[in-house]
Design a protein around this ligand. Sequence first.
Ligand code: ME8
Length: 504
Amino acid sequence: MTSFVTTPIFYANGKPHLGHAYSGIVADICHRFSQLTGEENVLITGTDEHGQKIASTAQAAATDIATFVDVKAETFAALWPELTIQPDIFIRTTQSAHKAHVREVWQQLFERGDIYLGSYSGQYCVACEQYYSPRELEDEHCPVHKKPVVTVAEETYLFRLENYRQQLLDYYLAHPDLITPSHFQESIMALLREGPLEDLSVSRINNSWGVQVPNHSEHTVYVWIDALFSYITAIQQSGHANTAIANTAHILGKDILKFHALYWPAFLLALDLPLPKKLVVHGWWTIEGQKISKSNPQTTVNPSTFSHQLTADGLRYALVRQKPLYRDGNVAIGELAEVINADLANNFANLVKRNNTLILKYFDGQLDDNLSQDLDAECEQLLSTSRAQLAQVIGHYQDYDIYQVTLVLKQLLDQLNTFFHHRAPWLISKGQDRRQTINTCFVIANVLQQVALSYLPIVPQLSQRVLTEFGIDETQWRLNPNLPLHTIEIQESNSHFARIQLNR
Ligand code: ME8
């Protein structure tokens, strides 16, 4: 069965920043983990290219809108390989197949009576492309962008959200782990319990840059319907049926929770489609306490600059290691560099190098698996704790808790380094018992292979170099917490990871 992981589709009105990169990195890690378990997994990303905000940004730049979004989409597409993110599908909402799909969905919702023509007036934030109720506003400003909202009163089509409230609440009650972490699910369930839900305005007039409502061309489809259904257009493009949405995990920032946890499932229920498997919600990266965002130039840092300074592996690692997914975190490059040097350069790559150098120097690069019959108690003890930790790592990946994955792997490597120093295998040159040295190097090499496999989703380049050094090719990439011991054959050493030196 094929599974899917999605990033949000990003607004094509500015350059990608570190927050976008974070969503992409988290999604790519989930995608790679899924593949490591032997599953076929499709990674979907793309750009959200319609709406008033994009039209006015292009006009302000005196650029034709279509050309404007082409350029922006390209900057996103070009960023992903720099961060070793490998999307299978890059969807753009301006693609004609997607527009046709949106019109088809609209028609179905209209024919079923879920959408009707009415009018709406409220406070609209153009940057968010959504209405806010008075109590959600902060001093008449949008709570996300801190910008003034505008009063909009116009004819609009409305979606009967309230009709799906009970069904959605029942679904969440039956699937208490759909949203992770769970407090986000609780907040959505509280909204559903509170009810009733206002009908949702799903079309705009006075905005021609969008998908035209079938048979009513003055209206364009609300950008969020357009954007959310891109997930299914992408699934179709990968050759799968719409129902494959049931095998999909959406990665998203907490700013767009309501769209994914309330509106999206309501639309799917209205169309008799299954709901997604998982919503993985993450917090914000801030700079000096302010959310990194396109609209705040002081906070827009180019992810490429970071990946040049820290390496792609380093940036990927540090962002998921620095904070639990759901928390907000302040970006300080010095702290990111420190954690990369401590965990990846010292604890991991350096241990691989030292242990493998000894195996190459004293044992011709070879340690036979019949050694596993004759391990001393300390080695057996190390193996047994390592097995338990590797099983925890898999469990945390399955729970999309990548932060915990990094913590357990760090703990495991700390123990491995302590063991290496305690057993001091380099003392073979000073007459240390050969058998003891062999046991030490053999056990450490076997555990390190599983560590490299466990790190593959997070630091793919470094892990691959380590695995190549161990002679393990892609066909053998499988996580196995049982840690079967096998013959070690070190290939030429190439797993070095240079410490990050920041130019200050
Ligand atoms: O909302 N820290 O697009 P968008 C962490 N097009 N993540 C951040 C972030 C930050 N400071 N800033 C942004 C949209 N993000 C819609 C989505 S999906 C059907 C449509 C991430 O370009 C986070 O995942 O504003 C957020 O949800 C996403 O970028 C929003 O990007």
